[in-house]
Design a protein around this ligand. Sequence first.
Ligand SMILES: [Zn+2]
Ligand SMILES: [Zn+2]
Length: 495
Amino acid sequence: MFGVLGSFGPFRMQTMTIRHRLSALVAVLTLAGCAPPTPEQQFLNDAYAALGGRSRIEAARHLTIEATGVNYNLGQDLIPDAATQTFEITDYQRVIDIANSRQRVEQVRTPKFAYFQGPQPQKQIQGFDGEAAFNIGATGSVTRLAGRAAADRRADLYHHPLQLLRATLDPATTIANVRATGAIRQADITLQGGPVLTLAVDTAGTPLSISSRTYHANLGDVVVTTALSDYQDVSGLKLPAGFEGKVDAFTTWELQASRQSLDGDVGDLSIPAGAPAAAAPAAPTVTAEPIGQGVWFLAGQSHHSVLVEFSDHLMLIEAPQSEARTQAVIAKARQTVPAKPLTQLVITHHHFDHTAGLRAAIAEGLTVITHSGNRAWVADMARRPHTLQPDALAVTPKPVTVEGVDGQLEFRDATMALTLYHVAANPHSDTMLMAHFPRQAILVEVDAFSPGGQYHPYAANLLENIQSRKLAVDRIVPLHGAVATMADLAKAAGQ
Ligand SMILES: [Zn+2]
Ligand SMILES: [Zn+2]
């Protein structure tokens, strides 16, 4: 049943059936204030006490956390599930305006691996103000978040026990479903307007973790968890100094507080005046440019694909960015060669931005071809539940067929020949493929060389992969940027 945050003394009944109301009334009349607390009340009372008491929680105005730590590279690492690529986090400061539900997080992240945006530190500023979620760029420009991203930012504010327990003092907040697993108790706390946050506490009531559910375009339904540890005294409160963020089982960040303070001057955390409204996502645009006999560049916006025509079927290389983009790319492929069925999808590597349309392609019945190191991962992506925001595959479930490529695999018939090669030892991805068309002297690749980019940390490796295999290449067709030459690649590789 729903427990209550509010009106017996501090508790108020929220969601009760008539029978419950009557029994509560009887309890009040007969026990006259001596009623034992409900499991929900007990759960909260223990958590309040562990943090330093309800009145101290209520009195707290602002919290400032300074920390250092690590961000991981979920969905963009060398291989699926790996956590080898990290950003060092310095100058981290999280400021929470508790009563006004405002938060500002600033950090500097420095890649500790060969990063496509270069090795220099990047400053990041993320804000939340009441209902407004926003980022502040290096030049001070404000970008508003919308939809799921804004809801996730709001949830993040409550992934701190002080902010969450403070929110339970609001009579509009409800708590339910207290349960125990061994010595750990959990309860679901629902804020007015969402989200639902699951708080886990130990036997003493000390918060161990806070989780909430959200939707991820690649991973589907996920649980985002902040694990809490290393409780320390901060001006009369006990607050965690150790934090670990997870998306399902993947650790995505870790922070260790070096200094925490309460009720100092935190400045103005409200959204800057004049911030523009959140931009609506751009509708996908796809062009079809012939770049050789039976090969079309399906370009547009930031992530491109390639269409290949065989005697009796079509192959698509890459299903990037989103379900909407991939559906537009598939429509353009069918429109370009309407007489033949589109049956195969090659995914170059597992990175989220290049596979966000994978499930849309599976829903269209396409067989997936990828490096053998991505096979289990593709099967997992096809299997994961997408109930919070059902996508095409959730609406129309289809079995997936995945074919693996190790070193190389040739596809040849009367009209077309192409070979998929593993891009060996590339520091961007260990399980990445490139496609070579010997008759057209074209190489399709992604991320190893993005013409027009400022940094090319993987270009030398791509050049080596082309040269060691003695591939004839006149043009490089990149899935980011414009068609380039071997001379362009050699120049980038020489940087
Ligand atoms: Zn990538
Ligand atoms: Zn990319």
